[in-house]
Design a protein around this ligand. Sequence first.
Ligand code: GLU
Length: 445
Amino acid sequence: MDVKKIMLDLERKHPGENEYLQAVHEVLESIEEVYNQHPEFEKAKIVERIVEPDRIITFRVTWVDDRGEIQTNLGYRIQFNSAIGPYKGGIRFHKAVNPSMLKFLGFEQTFKNALTTLPMGGAKGGSDFDPVGKSDAEIMRFCQAFMLELWQNIGPDTDVPAGDVGVGGREIGFMYGMYKKLAREYNTGVLTGKGLTWGGSLIRPEATGFGALYFVEHMLHRAGKELKGATIAISGFGNVAWGAAKKATELGAKVIAISGPDGVIHNPNGMTDEKIAYMLQLRASNQNIVAPFAEKFPDATFVPGKKAWSVKCDIALPCAFQNELTGADAEELLANGTWCVAEVSNMGCTPEAIAAFQKARILFAPGKAVNAGGVATSGLEMTQNAMHISWSAAEVDEKLHYIMQSIHEACVKAGNEGDYINYVKGANIAGFLKVAQAMLEQGIV
Ligand code: GLU
């Protein structure tokens, strides 16, 4: 494989799709050596095929806002790869959503899902709909209009969407309601992240954050370190940040910062149950600001315009958006003595930030391994739906534990460089080999 040539070809074919090109480049760089040891991959042109989505579905979503004005957004579903199972991945509602963003996410999802040990292919969808400042009724009408277009392309054995940035339990509920009306079937397995009274899985809301902390525990344990007593800075305050803050606190770490697009909250005394519960209220308010946290809890302070990475911490957990931690942020964290960074958001760190962490030889793990507990628990939700049963929280949590341990082991095995575990390489190689092998066995399709 000639990474340079493949990248040049892709840049020519997909100009300006920066996030997508960044995600592909990171994977190709990590797998190059292993790939070249498999002439059968080269012969079947696996790389040339795996970097392009199977198909992209694009549609117009028109809806009426509370003032009676007609709004038009763009909707997408990117069915990236179905070598190891039906398409699976979240839906993102954010004003910056475009094909490049969803292609990067669908590409990452393909390898992440392969790491979970469960049979799920990769997909992603979304819209440039901006939930900020919208009423619940507007969100409902948008979700319904979105599903009106999408429903014929999805199904429990075809493509199973879930939540992502801007899409949580409320939005999944509105989308399922419309799906059910159109399909005239009570087909719960078509979406995951559902409500607990109608086919949702216990622990699914917590799973991304909980799984991330289980992964971090394994990383630390292997390195002879402990979570107990460690200080943690978290970016974001949404569902993923909430689950991470909850489990980190339960495991004895101190979450000293959370953040929003408006600035950072310094929280020197750590989290309480009340503070953690309030994060959910902040997200549900649709305002996308974190400042009210410091008004509600006087021992916390709000610093406008600053990121979570300005706070001195042992462990940094990006939980918000891609490329939210830059090279300059990485230098600031390293100067402040941070010794572990685990991406909980997808591609949360820029390539410069990752290079700085790896050069400094601190513990670093990529999103596709760390945050895979979310989609893994979606897989467990699909299993429960298919069997028409529901497992207890303890059963789901135990399976999530086991999956995160397996992912950690797979990363260590494939990313062991002797004196350093390169978790980026480990995750990319382990995920790639599984998908590539399946593609090879299924012929040229
Ligand atoms: N959006 C989440 C992710 O990035 C979850 C996807 C799912 O549960 O299908 O993995």
